[in-house]
Ligand binder design. Structure first.
Ligand code: UDP
Length: 330
């Protein structure tokens, strides 16, 4: 079946807005739904916008009863490991309860395709690197647990109600589309690359690297940075694949890891600003090393990350924050 009208829930957020931009450029009719609690109106790229919250089940039922979408893309989640440890209730409500509402409304209105943002946090501490999809699932943060719970819901909803799902386990989403005005703007910002960039540009006064005693090559955590537009590309490809495979679970990463200090070094080289970060204690919920085995996604989706070079990601993020030092203007 040809996909032409889609609903993007969370399309004003970081990954959702880049995906919507990509989908619009691919000629799709894109309805974005977002509660704007974290997303930005100026990040919207869509044919129409609905301001609404998945926690309002009746309202969402109305939307799906009155409109038929060929597929639904779900990006709307609370997604910070550290915050989830401190406030798990927010994560069970915004992630699990909201996903339950979404699936209930989908099955009652005959919507049967969902592409869902999952995460490598479902794996917990790696017992073997790189991580493939068969790695044991033992999440160590409430964030990872809520995403895994939703993956199980999606599997059960397929068996019982025929809802098809692509569950895409992102590693570290990074980069942006600065020439189209799209950036990474979380408030407060907790992610490494924007934090290092904001520090070198003088937009923040402090840079702390959490932990220098991990069992890694330089003692800092290692992460696999995947460009948001490469993620966007994989989403459309995964959606098309649902015509032949009803439940898809794939890692999205590059297969290459960079330590936190290597990220700092990339920003130092590209900005030519000599920075020395402080070291602080480990952040709760952080595994030492998360690097994807993304060979299944490459094979099954015929997908290849083309923009995920760390230095070019850093160059884009510097460009965006140089143009928008206060972030999105809303
Ligand atoms: N990190 C850090 N300082 C910061 C932000 C993040 O040292 O200001 C570390 C964090 O502890 C982890 C890595 O950078 O080891 C990546 O964290 P981020 O929040 O960017 O992504 P996550 O891996 O949590 O999805």
């Amino acid at each position: 079946m040809q996909i032409s009208r889609i609903l993007v829930i969370g399309g004003a957020g970081y990954v959702g807005s880049h995906f919507s931009f990509f989908a619009m450029n691919n000629g799709l009719h894109v309805t974005v739904m977002d509660n704007l609690s974290k997303g930005h109106r100026s990040a919207l790229h869509c044919s129409e916008f609905v301001q609404a919250d998945l926690l309002d089940y009746d309202n969402f039922m109305k939307l799906l009863s009155n409109h038929k979408y060929d597929a639904i893309f779900h990006f709307a989640a609370s997604c910070l490991v550290g915050e989830s440890v401190l406030d798990p209730a927010q994560y069970y409500r915004n992630n699990v309860l909201a996903a339950f509402n979404m699936l209930e409304a989908m099955r009652r209105t005959g919507h049967d395709k969902i592409v869902f943002s999952s995460t490598c946090a479902v794996y917990g501490h790696p017992v073997k690197l790189t991580l493939n999809e068969g790695h044991p699932k033992a999440p160590i943060s409430p964030y990872g647990r809520t995403k895994l719970a939703i993956e199980w819901m999606l599997e059960d909803y397929n068996v019982a109600y025929g809802i098809k799902s692509a569950q895409l386990r992102y590693f570290n989403a990074a980069g942006c589309e600065p020439d189209s005005g799209l950036g990474e703007d979380h408030r407060p910002e907790t992610h490494l690359i924007p934090n290092v960039v904001r520090f070198v540009l003088g937009l923040s006064n402090e840079l702390t690297i959490f932990g220098d005693d991990y069992p890694t090559r330089d003692g800092t955590c290692v992460r696999d940075y995947i460009h948001v537009m490469d993620l966007a590309d994989a989403h459309l490809k995964a959606c098309a694949k649902l015509n032949s495979i009803p439940v898809i679970r794939l890692n999205l990463g590059t297969g290459e890891g960079f330590s936190n200090l290597e990220v700092v070094d990339s920003v130092r080289r590209i900005s030519r600003v000599n920075i020395t970060p402080n070291f602080g204690p480990r952040r709760p919920g952080d595994p030492a090393e998360l690097v994807a085995d993304a060979s299944a996604a490459k094979r099954d989706l015929d997908w290849k990350p083309s923009r995920s070079n760390l230095d070019s990601i850093v160059t884009e993020v510097i460009k965006w924050f140089s143009s928008w030092p206060r972030g999105y203007p809303n």
